[in-house]
Design a binder for this molecule. Structure first.
Ligand code: FAD
Ligand code: SIN
Length: 529
């Protein structure tokens, strides 16, 4: 066994809602090590505002939630997955209540807010900072569990497979991961019988994104390099209302502001424009609202549009949106009295590693859950507040499946150490910054809300040029987290563009001027490594 090798029953990559839910499920019987790239709260989970969708209202039904999810997903969802997740939602919420998440209450029931695309009030929330409360409760439970080891500041570089065994087997079986320990600067092997990828989305591939800095698609890229299929990567969700501010670039204004009466207006004329685009107005699904705003911005040469909830009583606004209200006051905007300048920004990665209902990937030994996956729930566009829900349901499904098949999983063999004998420290960090900025800019301009084949081909050309440069750099210099991220960012950009070029129709989030119609039959874009 390698000197720098750690062994655990199950390795979980990611400490967000998906990873920690899986860890808690497994820790009833097994030891679990959870790796996170930065602090344990650095994923999107802690940033979630609006809440979690679940059928809890007397007038609501599973069938309605299933229908809303499939309407938003433009028919690309897999019905069995949609049913699987939505029917498990009330139980997932009950477990979070048990863990101490202080959801807002309405008398004896939970308070339910409303968001775009939902035909009922069905979003449970903790004011406008639901994710922070969920992340804190999950972390508290994990920290208290002696079977769980939490290791922040460990950036996984690649999955360990049969190719890395000391006695080379060449099998695609996954035995853990190589990770860079930020404290020591050394790369170590983390060996496990089973590995769960729960590393979140790839939003930072775009110049403007609501996602945190670390959302660089590492898990999707790692799984792809190890041989797993990825699906529907062209389905990138743009949230309609990110704050427009020259200093604060990625602050989300929750969809619940529109759910509670907020209106979108032209910033000069004050015209409320959403009814011109869709009868559901501000509560149309996100792709519709984001495209309408994009159209207004382009048509009138605007920098932003206005989101206005100042017609509601100030106390109501402050009570429902305390975090946003306070943040905006700090920037000189009083949302109880004036409109908020907003623009669309990348928000959610609907595509990802292909998984079944048991959260298994194509690779033996690798399961995956949460935003890094394509489970069939979201289809061509995610319905608001369905993604935390997916994390809870699939995090648990991964954990349960591993426990059920535990006796058929083997102990990992000896694994080769990470080889640094042919690399040196970089003396050209500027290459990373330059390439990172370039990727994010051309992805925004060429692979954004409205696409054309010509622009996609331009992006593909840029990606080919950068691939040689970045692989050359990666081959010569010692890895850093920035370099790991840059390599993965480029890999994800390539997967997005390849997928977008394959889809010859407009559906959900993929809107391409060369193919404005929607095919009669919905098909996934599955890429095979
Ligand atoms: P994350 O929570 O993103 O966690 C990823 C984890 O993987 C992190 O711990 C990270 O450190 C780790 N990681 C990544 N790469 C590596 C690596 N190379 N090595 C080791 N570890 C790694 N959804 C809703 O349902 N409701 C909402 O109200 C909502 N609001 C949102 C608001 C914002 C601003 C954003 C950005 C998203 C929102 N979403 C919402 C989406 C939702 O928050 C995410 O989809 C969900 O939290 C993803 O959880 P996850 O566990 O899959 O990944
Ligand atoms: C929001 O609060 O608008 C985000 C909800 C989500 O992404 O599901």
């Amino acid at each position: 066994m390698s000197r720098q090798s750690h062994s655990t029953d199950v390795l979980v990559i990611g400490s967000g809602a998906a990873g920690l839910t899986a860890a808690l499920t497994l820790a009833q019987q097994r030891t679990v090590t959870v790796l996170a790239k930065g602090p344990l709260t650095s994923g999107s989970t802690a940033w979630a505002q609006g809440g979690i969708a679940a059928v809890l209202d007397a007038g609501d039904t599973f069938e309605d939630h299933i229908r809303d999810t499939r309407v938003a997903g433009a028919g690309l969802n897999r019905r069995e997955t949609v049913e699987f997740v939505i029917e498990r939602a009330p139980k997932a919420i009950a477990r979070l209540v048990e863990l101490g998440v202080p959801f807002n209450a309405d008398g004896a029931s939970l308070h339910l807010t409303r968001e775009g695309g939902h035909s009922h009030r069905r979003i449970v929330h903790v004011n406008d900072a639901t994710g922070w409360a969920v992340q804190a409760a999950l972390l508290k439970a994990c920290e208290a569990n002696p079977n769980i080891t939490l290791l922040p500041d460990h950036s996984c570089i690649d999955l360990v497979t049969g190719r890395n065994e000391e006695r080379y087997s060449g099998s695609g079986r996954v035995w853990g991961a190589y990770a860079l320990d930020g404290a020591t600067g050394r790369v170590q092997v983390y060996r496990a019988r089973a590995t769960i990828m729960a590393s979140g989305g790839a939003g930072r591939v775009y110049q403007f994104s609501t996602a945190p800095r670390g959302a660089t698609g590492d898990g999707i890229a790692m799984a792809w390099r190890a041989g797993a299929r990825v699906s529907n990567m062209e389905m990138m969700q743009f949230h309609p209302t990110c704050l427009y501010n020259l200093e604060v670039k990625n602050f989300l204004i929750t969809e619940a502001v529109r759910g509670e009466g907020g209106q979108l207006k032209h910033p000069v004329t004050g015209h409320r424009f959403m009814p011109d685009y869709d009868p559901r107005a501000e509560l149309a699904p996100r792709d519709v609202v984001a495209r309408a705003i994009d159209d207004q911005i382009k048509r009138f040469g605007l920098d932003y549009v206005h989101l206005d909830i100042s017609h509601m009583p100030p106390e109501f606004v402050k009570e429902h949106f305390p975090t946003i209200h306070e943040k905006l006051l700090g920037l000189g905007i009083d949302m109880t009295k004036e409109p908020i300048p907003v623009v669309p920004a990348q928000h959610y990665t609907c595509g990802g590693i292909l998984v079944g209902l048991d959260a298994r990937t194509d690779l033996p030994g690798l399961w995956a859950a949460g935003e890094c996956t394509e489970s069939g729930l979201h289809g061509a566009n995610r319905l608001a507040s369905n993604s935390l829900l997916e994390c809870f349901v699939f995090g648990e499904a991964a954990g349960r499946d591993i426990l059920e098949c535990w006796d058929r999983l083997y102990d990992p063999p000896a694994i080769r150490e990470w080889d640094e004998s042919r690399v040196t420290d970089s003396d050209e960090e500027v290459v990373i910054k330059q390439n990172w900025t370039e990727i994010r800019r051309f992805m925004w301009n060429y692979v954004g809300i409205v696409r054309t084949t010509k622009r996609l081909e331009r992006a593909a050309h840029r990606i080919r040029m950068l691939t040689d440069e970045i692989e050359d750099y990666y081959g010569h210099f010692r890895v850093t987290t920035d370099l790991i991220e840059l390599r993965n960012l480029l890999q994800c950009a390539d997967l997005i563009v390849q997928s977008a070029l394959k889809r010859h129709e407009s559906r959900g989030l993929h809107f391409i001027l060369d193919y404005p119609n929607t095919d009669l039959v919905a098909r996934d874009t599955v890429l095979v490594p």
